[in-house]
Write a protein that binds this ligand. Structure first.
Ligand code: NCD
Length: 306
């Protein structure tokens, strides 16, 4: 039985096979509409979510399966002090596969150790978010036709933004990738990313504070919000929250074929005027997320589809 806890739990070849399956689902969704008949997905969400939870639920429903779960720790026995280990042992009796989001780093990993069903990390604290990364990979591959040989800029809260950590780890495995990390110094990527992933693997990258200076170099610009809920004090959040605002004037400095992605939710970091720019792809990105989660569910449940 396989779980998806860390973006590197699957090889590049396995990830390619997920992406290939997701592409096939896009071409012929009807063919897959009963693949999960009789199967159940549990969504165990201890932290707020709109896209990830509903995208998982839509994915399972599209496959003919059903869903059960909770959307806040307050609605579950976690509020009574139950451990994730005991919760997943219980859920293993009700469902065939589970997606878990938790404010504590490592909680889905712990769950996977006690689970009798595949566990998917749907975001653990400021750590990782591997299914957002699968979504991002599918979006980039679909729109740019490749995953290597490109300059990817990540902008915003690179310290607490788990989506950026997972995306960097994953993209670092492809040839010809170069990163431009745009953040206030206090919100730059953690050392385990800059040293442990980038320097250790000889991946070219630079850290800058001004988006205007580098936007013209980018093939992909990945914007992120400042992660208010992970700050220790509100003053720091208020001081840093509007560090970057992508607007039409900045977009004029970018290449014609650059794409703008964002895991969403957006707060202030992309002005509404950018939404009508054809390079703005963040709402299409949401759609790719459903297809790749359908592919992931099929793969983790080891279902046969020709
Ligand atoms: C992200 C998350 O939860 O990490 N949202 C998402 O799943 N698409 C990004 C964020 O909350 O900023």
């Amino acid at each position: 039985m396989r779980h998806l806890i860390d973006p590197l739990d699957f090889t590049v070849e396995e990830i390619d096979s997920f992406l290939d399956l997701a592409d096939k689902i896009v071409e012929n969704p009807k063919k897959y509409s009963h693949v999960c008949d009789g199967k159940k997905l549990a969504t165990l969400f201890y932290e707020p979510s709109t896209r990830t939870r509903l995208s998982f639920e839509a994915a399972m429903l599209n496959l003919g399966g059903s869903v059960l779960g909770f959307s806040s720790g307050q609605n579950s026995s976690a509020a009574k002090g139950e451990s994730v280990a005991d919760t997943i042992r219980t859920v293993s009796a009700f469902a065939d596969i589970a997606a878990m989001r938790h404010p504590k780093e490592g909680a889905p990993l712990v769950a996977s150790m006690f689970s009798r069903i595949p566990v998917i990390n749907a975001g653990d604290g400021g750590h990782q978010h591997p299914t957002q990364t699968l979504t991002d990979l599918m979006t980039i591959r679909s729109l740019k036709g490749r995953l290597g040989d490109m300059t990817v800029g990540l902008c915003g809260d690179l310290k607490f933004g788990r989506t950026t950590h997972s995306l960097i780890k994953s993209l670092a495995r492809y040839k010809g990738i170069r990163f431009v990390l745009v953040a206030p110094e206090e919100l730059q990527v953690p050392d385990y990313i800059s040293e442990g992933v980038l320097k250790a693997n000889g991946i070219p990258f630079k850290m800058v504070t001004r988006l205007e200076d580098v936007i013209g170099e980018l093939d992909v610009l990945y914007m992120t919000r400042v992660q208010r809920e992970r700050f220790f004090n509100e003053e720091d959040y208020i001081r840093l929250k509007d560090s970057y605002i992508l607007n039409a004037a900045k977009m004029e400095l970018a290449r014609e074929d650059m794409i703008v992605l964002h895991p969403l939710p957006r707060v202030n970091e992309i002005a509404g005027e950018v939404d009508s720019d054809p390079r703005a792809q963040y709402f299409n990105q949401v759609q790719y997320g459903v297809y790749i989660r359908m592919a992931l569910i099929i793969k983790l449940l080891e279902l046969e589809v020709d």
